[in-house]
Design a protein around this ligand. Structure first.
Ligand code: F6P
Length: 330
């Protein structure tokens, strides 16, 4: 047996949970975790509603058939939640006690930053944990890819294309708010993909006159008759932006907030495949005896880094992508 050959005897039961905002592809990750466990002689245990399920011992033993056909479904079959109780040391201790009582000796947590913090606290209290990045915001710095972003971007792009049809007919300006909490990655991606005249994101200060009004006037002068402005949720004044555009350009505006539509739907091929790979990778690391790590995708490879290191990192916006979007928005 090589040093890296998994030893199924060390870990007998692995729990899996999803926490925070759901993201398309979480089900594919759960399926992969469950089936990899079974493949290596480990019992997979589904934990309901994120860390709430651990604290309340709300768990279910899963088998290969429990996860039949879920790859194509959005959402998460394990439900998800944010758990304020888990932020306190007493909450973490309850979860540790529950893991011991339930015989869960490894835990895989799928979600964003908040989920990672929970996994780190549990690992520091003696429970082996591996975190998998899953958030449509794509704001996790240690990885180039997070489960759900690809599907969310495609869902938003599909909706924006539909809006463009009607905006073109009425010669209007569409002001579209996309999700992303404090991060503009999704907005930038959609704006570039849909040919937005302006992309407003929290990471980049903008000059209303120069970056929006002048661009629209110039476009109008050059024969453009409909416009798209993408506003990231974190900018926070979408209605006001639309009102000012109408007042200053005379062009009719309409606001569309895409909202939770972006979090649903059947996952893209990329999300299904990446989620399956990450789920497998996470189980294998637990079986090797690793803990307190995040699965990352960097330079076309899966790797892992300590959770505390991941939490200290800050994800910068892709400035070159932003430059490209600005340069070609004429
Ligand atoms: O983090 C994912 C996300 O969809 C953010 O883009 C958004 O701000 C937030 O979750 C919405 O959270 P909720 O579903 O609790 O309204």
């Amino acid at each position: 047996m090589s040093e890296h050959t998994p030893s199924p005897k060390k870990i007998r039961r692995i729990g899996v949970l999803t926490s925070g905002g759901d993201a398309p592809g979480m089900n594919a990750a759960i399926r992969s975790v469950v089936r990899t466990c079974i493949q290596y002689g480990v019992i997979p245990v589904g934990v309901h509603r994120g860390y709430n399920g651990l604290i309340n011992s709300d768990v279910v033993e899963l088998n290969a058939r429990s996860v039949n056909g879920i790859t194509s479904r959005g959402g998460t079959m394990l439900y998800t939640a944010r758990c304020p109780e888990f932020v306190k040391p007493e909450g973490v201790q309850k979860a540790v006690n529950a893991c011991r009582y339930l015989g869960i000796d490894g835990l895989i947590t799928i979600g964003g930053d908040g989920t990672f913090r929970g996994a780190r606290d549990l690992a520091n209290a003696g429970i082996n944990t591996v975190a998998i990045p899953g958030t449509i915001d794509n704001d996790i710095a240690c990885t180039h890819y997070s489960i759900g972003f690809d599907t969310a971007a495609n869902t938003a792009i599909d909706a924006i294309d539909k809006l463009a049809d009607t905006m073109q007919s009425h010669e209007r300006c569409s002001v579209v708010e996309v999700m992303g909490r404090g991060a503009g990655h999704l907005a930038l991606y959609c704006g570039l993909a849909c040919g937005a005249a302006a992309i407003l994101i929290p990471e980049k200060a903008f000059d209303f006159e120069k970056d929006i009004i002048e661009k629209i006037r110039e476009g109008h002068y050059n024969g453009k008759r409909h416009f798209l402005i993408i506003v990231a949720e974190g900018v926070g004044c979408t209605d006001e932006i639309a009102k000012r555009v109408r007042e200053q350009t005379g062009i009719e505006t309409r606001v569309s907030t895409l909202g939770h539509i972006q979090r649903g739907g059947s996952p893209s091929a990329r999300d299904r495949v990446m989620a399956s790979r990450m789920g497998h990778y996470a189980v294998m690391r637990l079986l090797e005896g690793k803990s307190n790590i995040v699965v990352c995708y960097r330079d076309a490879h899966l790797c892992d880094i300590p959770i505390s290191e991941a939490l200290d990192m800050h994800k910068d916006l892709d400035s070159y992508m932003y430059q490209v979007a600005c340069d070609i928005a004429i």
